[in-house]
Design a protein around this ligand. Structure first.
Ligand SMILES: [Zn+2]
Length: 179
């Protein structure tokens, strides 16, 4: 479609009022006011439909990117901080002392009330969380308590940082997960 207008200024009301007529390209319409052929309107924006301009594409991409970043920011703001928990079954992935790798150690299991180490069940007095560190207080004797601190790398990987560079690394065992 093209836009036409009458150029018969002074002799035609349609020209005076800048009336525009839309017609398909190839046919020159006649003015309804004066009957003279209309001229293409060069002030009208003529562009091919279905072909967005580069600037329009860039602007749309910017809006889409801003929308995605906005949703991401909102989601991050409302995602609660990860709360690490020792509760569950842990399999020792590796043990190292002073940087030397030792054979894979024993597995661990924690419940709310006890820690299971090999065949020993030790009562848990308390769990204390501090960021990515979880300290478990164990009742090792009638009047003796020991605390062990585990450092979480993520919710399923943690390590026990012992003395002399002793390091036990554990991975959570997913109950029912295929192994
Ligand atoms: Zn006219």
């Amino acid at each position: 479609m093209l836009t036409y207008r009458c150029q018969n200024f002074g002799g035609c009301d349609a020209a005076q009022s800048n009336a525009r007529v839309h017609a398909s390209a190839g046919t020159v319409p006649l003015c309804a006011g004066c009957g003279l052929p209309l001229a293409p309107d060069r002030t009208a924006r003529t562009r091919r439909p279905g072909r967005p301009r580069p600037m329009v594409v860039v602007a749309a991409a910017a809006v889409a990117l801003a929308t995605v970043l906005g949703f991401w920011a909102v989601r991050s703001a409302f995602t609660p901080a990860v709360e690490y928990s020792l509760i569950g079954m842990w399999h020792a992935e590796g043990t190292s002392i002073l940087g030397y790798q030792l054979p894979v150690g024993v597995s661990l299991r924690f419940t709310e009330r006890s820690a299971h180490l090999v065949d020993t069940e030790i009562p848990v007095v308390d769990y204390a969380r501090d960021g990515s560190r979880v300290r478990v207080m164990l009742q090792s004797g009638a009047h003796t308590q020991v605390s062990l601190t585990f450092v979480f790398e993520d919710t399923d990987v943690m390590y026990f940082d012992g003395p002399l560079g002793l390091k036990f690394r554990y991975r959570r065992v997913r109950v029912g997960a295929p192994s």
